[in-house]
Design a protein around this ligand. Structure first.
Ligand code: ACO
Length: 432
């Protein structure tokens, strides 16, 4: 968002002075526009991890890591979570406005209409190994959708249909991968059920027993998905945009986002938190021991669910998740020792100098795993749950990239530090 009276940033290099405009976003944050830097100076910028680099302009999500603010299309996530369901928020992120009753119902019906997956795709599940991680299955199945529904490459209508198919089918794929992992037949989606009810039913019903939908669990799922729905240019969303920038289709781009999310430094941390808490429990619950290990630079261990690239205060999603966790466990009458351990660990970390100095606070993943567990979701499905929630954000970002006239193929530079030109030696017997 440039402004005619924009401030200028001045750079002097080898006696040469250059000026670069300073762009101002709608919340007042500023960014030096260095697009002409290399052309004018021959220099690149060096910014590993893109810590200081705004890769795009975006009108989808705003977050302030110092103040702990998170808004989707301007609406605070704390307010959305109270009155919206996941379908409202998915629509908001993708279309930019909250749907009225009619639009929301039509959207929900449309999602139900596309909830089955092609019968030939169903046979794919039979060929993954028994212990395949559901994130591997999810990413493979999502990219496979492009071969079953290739029409999206044609026009805008096709792209919209791909977004709808993806949103709808991701829960079917996720639930089928779980059924496969426990050796049970799949349960098909039903037009009679809502988005979240459908997912829970496909996960937990079986041909021999119905699943009794508990409104507390359904609402908790809606809220957890909303909590994960978008988070501006994080690792997986940047992956979706980067892959999309080459012109790759939506399914391929989202599949890359799923792979990026899988890592323990990103969405895989929710699984890591529960594993860490279980270990803590097995070792007698001594929080200090685990804190000391996280502080030890040689231990190759981090406190899972703690720290964030952008938040230097309490992650607002973690605050909501903690409250939700207490509420849901209370309503379900579950006494979860891992929650007590998590709170003990949080308290110990927040009063430890190491964590205070580095502004390390709980992030979204710290409490969500305990809620998923209370809902009956197995630990290795936690990151899949994150992916289902994040999907509207990925789609919205991919669509925004598609319609942004300023976007180019993503292609960072590097600072080469390898050998200078050298002559290839003659090949001798036994190699070089
Ligand atoms: N436990 C212990 N120390 C930590 C932690 C942690 N969880 N997180 C950061 N630190 C330390 C680092 O060791 C480093 O210390 P140093 O300055 O002495 O070297 C300092 O804090 C800064 O850490 P960086 O790695 O530079 O921070 P960065 O912004 O690159 O990393 C990240 C952020 C990846 C989230 C990191 O905090 C982490 O690994 N956390 C644990 C995994 C996790 O919970 N991931 C989920 C993030 S939320 C999400 O993606 C949905």
């Amino acid at each position: 968002m440039s402004d005619s009276k924009a401030q200028l940033a001045r750079l002097e290099i080898n006696g040469r002075k250059c000026e670069f405009p300073v762009l101002t976003g709608s919340e007042g944050e500023q960014s030096v526009d260095i697009r002409r830097l290399r052309k004018e100076t021959g220099l690149t910028t060096f910014d590993p991890g893109f810590v200081n680099t705004a890769s795009c302009q975006s009108a989808i999500t705003y977050l302030d890591g110092e103040k702990g603010i998170l808004r989707y299309r301007g609406y605070p996530v704390e307010e959305l979570i109270k009155i919206c369901n996941f379908i409202d928020v998915a629509y908001l992120l993708i279309h930019g406005v909250l749907p009225n009753e009619q639009v929301r119902n039509d959207f929900a019906r449309l999602l139900n209409r596309h909830s089955m997956i092609h019968e030939s795709m169903r046979t794919f599940f039979d060929h993954f190994p028994e212990n395949a991680h559901p994130m591997a299955i999810l990413s493979a199945m999502v990219v496979s959708l492009s071969s079953f529904y290739p029409e999206m490459e044609s026009d805008q209508e096709g792209v919209d249909m791909a977004a709808t198919r993806l949103l709808s089918k991701i829960r079917t794929i996720a639930a089928f991968s779980y059924k496969k992992s426990i050796g049970e037949p799949v349960v098909q989606p039903s037009y009679k059920l809502s988005y979240c009810e459908n997912f829970l039913n496909m996960m937990f019903a079986s041909p021999v027993a119905n699943y009794k939908l508990d409104p507390v669990v359904v609402r908790a799922l809606d809220q957890l998905l909303i909590l994960h729905a978008d988070h501006e240019q994080n690792c997986s969303t940047s992956a979706v945009r980067l892959i999309g920038s080459s012109g790759a289709n939506l399914y391929a781009s989202v599949s890359a986002g799923i792979c990026a999310l899988w890592g323990p430094a990103h969405g895989g941390a929710n699984q890591g938190v529960i594993q860490m808490l279980e270990r803590l429990q097995a070792e007698g619950g001594d929080a200090k021991k685990i804190i000391d290990r996280a502080k030890d630079p040689n231990a190759n261990f981090r406190l899972m669910g703690f720290g964030h690239r952008v938040y230097k205060t309490y992650d607002p999603r973690a605050r909501i998740a903690k409250q939700l966790c207490e509420e849901v466990l209370g309503k379900l009458g579950i006494n979860e020792p891992l929650l007590d351990l998590a709170m003990k660990l949080e308290q110990a970390a927040l009063s430890d100098e190491y964590f205070i100095e580095r502004n390390l606070y709980p992030n979204v993943d710290f409490y969500t795993g305990i809620i998923f567990r209370a809902m009956g979701i197995p630990t290795d499905m936690f990151t899949v749950m994150f992916a289902i929630g994040r999907l509207p954000g990925w789609i919205a970002n991919w669509l925004e990239w598609m319609s942004d006239p300023a976007q180019k193929i993503g292609r960072p530079r590097q600072l080469y530090v390898g050998p200078k030109k050298q002559k290839v030696p003659p090949r001798k017997q036994g190699g070089f």
